[in-house]
Design a protein around this ligand. Structure first.
Ligand code: SF4
Length: 619
């Protein structure tokens, strides 16, 4: 059943990009919703173009809609222009498929990709007319769930969320839908607590309302406790042992307007065991599990048939690490190039093998290459376990310039543990070396080198989770220092706002007490914090002060190795002892090799979750 479009053409004509809000796109699914079915709303707390580019939501949309007992719809954060119109006209947040009010569905599941989207979750719930606090929602109102990487430190969001899903949701999402369907059939037996108790029994599901948070005499997090039998002391992530056995998004929705990733997204594998010590994804998605090349070729054929896209982007944490990449690209280009389909590789390793690959996929358009040395000196690259040398970078960039590229982007982070001003100067020196290299090779100037510098945020579940983040003032001082050192006209510098990184750091390592700060800041007007022109730092700082919460105590404080951490009951499968070893190795600058090619580094995930590395190159 379709509801009347809540947003009239008269309103849509007043807002930017009205196609964000109309629905009816190719491959979108509309079902006749029966009372016994589960109406699942998949939500992204960001604009349509960002939400539509999320591969995880595309996969879940297809899995849920294959179920006869479930109808999955979508909703995204309306941009501020439409939100103002909706609030003026009293229009509630609605689904794109049937224009049904989100408040009438059974469950709304948000994907939490980064901490700066939290205020948008509150804003969307409010716009939907759903009470923000989980404790105030009844069984007649939607369950609110969250997944994605931020679920691995759920605590700052626990006031608002009924349950979290940890890890890969392909299997557990069906178990959740089945449980809700049964609960509805039973007449919602035992109310909301009844379904939450059932869900708490599933591996990978965390129901925060079943736990009390405890703090020590100094006011520091001390752990959680519960007397609900179904609530586990440690909640382990879900992991798919064999990716070839689960559904992939072979029939994704094709938008009417350009989105961030407006092409086929072919996920080659999950996980990365290179072991960069700052990288949360490298821990959360362990171990590496590759898809078979034949499986991938089958997906591509289906994706081209179902979407009409003519570009395939090979997406994974580090796509160049796919063990069968060369044969895959060969077969993709041989089979699909005659149809005008091109292949692109978004991430590159720093070696000349990658340049050969880039050449293979970018024979015509040499649009620019991106490398991520991450740190300016070898000492600091050893601390972070980057595993690349200056010589590797010079060799790769030389090969790129010789092959015809002239535009290079270099990614760095500042504020890393043990960093000194010498490391900052090293960034400028390395970038200058790259610019000079072009002149040496080509005999003329003309390289365009962009130095992109982000600020390091310590993330839960990583070896750097104990490290206190640099203050806003210190990051801004380092940014000024770097600006003063970059003078060459072929170099350009971009950097992140130190204040957004600070807020990200607060919530990244935060606990339940941040819920009241988030609520107050949202009440005072924050939203779209990840969008620089909407970020309101002063409102946030006022909210911390009003709630008597010190943000620096979360972001800037070094944590003791023995201190209880607010995410330790949420397990990635990796042992704490491994992270401690890596933290100590970082301080000695000792290298830990990739377990995929060398011996197992005993991180614990394979043993703890009964899963193993899948590498088709070694099979
Ligand atoms: S348990 Fe060993 S093989 Fe498995 S991901 Fe960890 S280090 Fe690698």
């Amino acid at each position: 059943m379709h509801f009347l479009d809540p947003v009239s053409p008269a309103i849509l004509s007043k807002v930017m990009k009205p196609a964000r809000y109309t629905g009816y796109e190719w491959n979108s699914v509309v079902k006749d919703l029966k009372p016994a079915m589960v109406n699942f709303v998949l939500a992204m707390p960001d604009v349509y173009e960002v939400g539509m580019s999320n591969l995880g939501l595309k996969i879940l949309y297809q899995i849920l809609n294959q179920r006869a007992d479930t109808f999955a719809e979508r909703t995204y954060a309306p941009w501020v222009d439409l939100e103002a119109e909706m609030r003026n006209a009293g229009i509630r947040l609605y689904t794109l498929e049937t224009k049904r009010p989100v408040a009438e569905c059974d469950i709304i599941g948000f994907s939490l990709q980064y901490e700066l989207s939290y205020s948008n979750v509150l804003n969307m719930l409010d716009l939907a007319g759903i009470p923000l606090l989980a404790a105030e929602r009844e069984a007649t109102q939607p369950l609110v769930a969250c997944g994605g990487p931020c679920a691995f430190n759920a605590e700052p969001m626990t006031d608002f969320v009924d349950f979290f899903i940890l890890g890969e949701a392909e299997e557990v999402i069906s178990e959740v839908a089945a449980a809700i369907a049964d609960w509805k059939l039973s007449g919602k037996l035992n109310g909301k607590a009844g379904i939450l108790r059932q869900l708490a029994e599933l591996q990978g599901v965390y129901v925060p309302g079943f736990y009390e948070a405890e703090y020590d005499a100094a006011g520091r997090w001390a752990g959680i406790c519960t007397d609900i039998p179904e609530a586990k002391q440690t909640i382990s992530k879900r992991v798919i042992p064999d990716l070839d056995q689960v559904m992939f998004a072979t029939k994704p929705i094709v938008p009417f307007i350009e989105i961030v990733h407006d092409r086929i997204m072919l996920e080659l594998f999950r996980g990365c065991t290179r072991g960069c010590r700052f990288c949360q994804a490298g821990v959360l998605y362990r171990p590496v599990r590759e898809r078979n090349i034949e499986t991938l070729l089958g997906y591509v054929q289906a994706l081209i048939d179902n979407t009409g896209y003519n570009e395939i982007s090979l997406v994974s944490l580090s796509s160049a690490d796919y063990s069968c990449l060369s044969p895959l690209i060969n077969r993709l280009t041989t089979r699909f190039k005659p149809q005008g389909v091109s292949v692109s590789l978004p991430s590159l390793r720093i070696d000349s093998f990658s340049i050969d690959l880039a050449n293979q996929v970018q024979q015509v358009r040499k649009s620019g290459l991106t490398f991520a040395p991450e740190a300016g000196t070898q000492r600091l690259r050893d601390v972070i376990n980057k595993g690349v040398t200056e010589a590797d970078l010079i060799e790769a960039v030389s090969a790129a310039f010789r092959a015809g590229w002239s535009t290079i982007k270099l990614y760095f982070m500042i504020g890393l543990p043990t960093e000194t001003d010498e490391d900052i100067a090293g960034i400028a020196a390395l970038a200058q070396q790259v610019a000079d290299l072009y002149k040496q090779i080509k005999g003329r100037r003309g390289a365009k080198v962009t130095v992109s510098v982000s600020s390091f945020v310590p993330k839960p579940h990583t070896a750097f989770q104990w490290f206190g983040q640099n203050s806003v003032e210190e990051i801004e001082r380092k940014q000024r220092l770097l600006r003063s050192l970059i003078k060459d006209r072929s170099l350009s510098l971009s950097w992140h706002d130190a204040r957004t990184s600070f807020l990200e750091g607060v919530f990244s390592r935060g606990d339940r007490r941040l819920g009241k700060v988030l609520l107050r800041a949202w009440q005072n007007g924050v939203k779209f914090d990840g969008w620089s022109d909407h970020f309101r730092y002063n409102i946030w700082m006022d909210a911390f002060a009003a709630e008597n919460v010190d943000p620096a105590a979360y972001a800037s404080r070094n944590r003791d190795i023995d201190e209880a951490l607010p995410w330790e009951h949420l397990s990635s499968g990796v042992d704490k002892s491994f992270l401690v070893r890596e933290w100590q190795a970082a301080q000695q600058g000792a290298f830990t090799p990739d377990c995929r090619h060398k011996e197992c580094g005993a991180c614990g995930v394979c043993r703890n979750l009964d899963v193993k590395v899948v590498d088709w190159g070694q099979a």
